[in-house]
Design a protein around this ligand. Sequence first.
Ligand code: SF4
Length: 347
Amino acid sequence: MKANNAIGESTLCIQGEPIKLESDPVFEPLSLSKPKASPQCKCGARTVYFRAYNGQSLCAKCFNESILEKTKKTISKYDMLHYGDRVGIAVSGGKDSTSLLYVLNEIMKGHGSKLYALTIDEGIEEYREEAIKNAEKLAEKLSVPLLIASYKDFFGFTLDEALEDRKERGIKATSCSVCGPLRRRSIDLAAEELGVNVVATAHNLDDVLQTFYINLYAGDLERIRWLDPTFRQNSQFKLRRIKPMMEIYEQELAFFAYLNDLPFQSESCPYMDEGIRTEIRVHLNELERKHPGVKYSTLKTILGIASSIQIDSEKSKKIMRCEKCGSVSTGRICSVCQTLSLVSSSA
Ligand code: SF4
């Protein structure tokens, strides 16, 4: 099983933070000298994946089924989807989001919900085209309607234009700190356009851990509280946001995309600047290599912390709104309005 080269240099964006895929251990040739790896899956077929944190050796069929089952369990545990929901799946064209589209399409059959795919075109020349083509290809194959919306539609400028403007005006903000809030708002606006009541994003277990540490170091309790998967089920939010793959390791989603021959973005974003997320990611991967399962137990702790903050904090009882646009915000002015004030001359 040789997939290193297929994804070795891919770039993904998680909540506006870029991450660079490394060669993950799962893509190394299966080592049967590992203490618990077996050449055969429990069903008797050839092992293609060793799940180190629980000692399971899995064939392709059982691995695929385990990803579908894990996703179903997460949806059910946190009551993420209800009969008749209109679900917008945010598809960037990367491995996680194409896997999410594929998996939700499989497990929602006969559920009574309607699925849509939504893709945001930031306006990055010679980069976004490939991801959009991948999203179109998969959505068409699965017969899921796809909406492609752009920064140009919503804000009147492309990311290329906004970043050029930032440079000319000598503004110090990083590319990703400009792009991230605009992407999140674009997803909300596209969801509204589609008339969906739920947005599913492809955040995986690693993303949740990284986000927790970023906010821990930034002292942002509000954003840690938002990691509680039941938080957005709160009726004060018009749109429910769900992360059905938040309990699945990133490396397993990469393997899933590879195994199922899903098309995903292979080029890096030209604006990618490595941030603290990448350092945290490398550190967590190293810990997991030495102590399989540590990421999973950390997730449990994080979810416990996030839900406790929701219960304890007085502030959590009222939702704050941006004074400019009225969107939910952690401060007086939301990050989108702050960003627009930096780059508004592009419009
Ligand atoms: Fe991702 Fe590029 Fe936007 Fe950064 S600038 S958040 S790397 S698309």
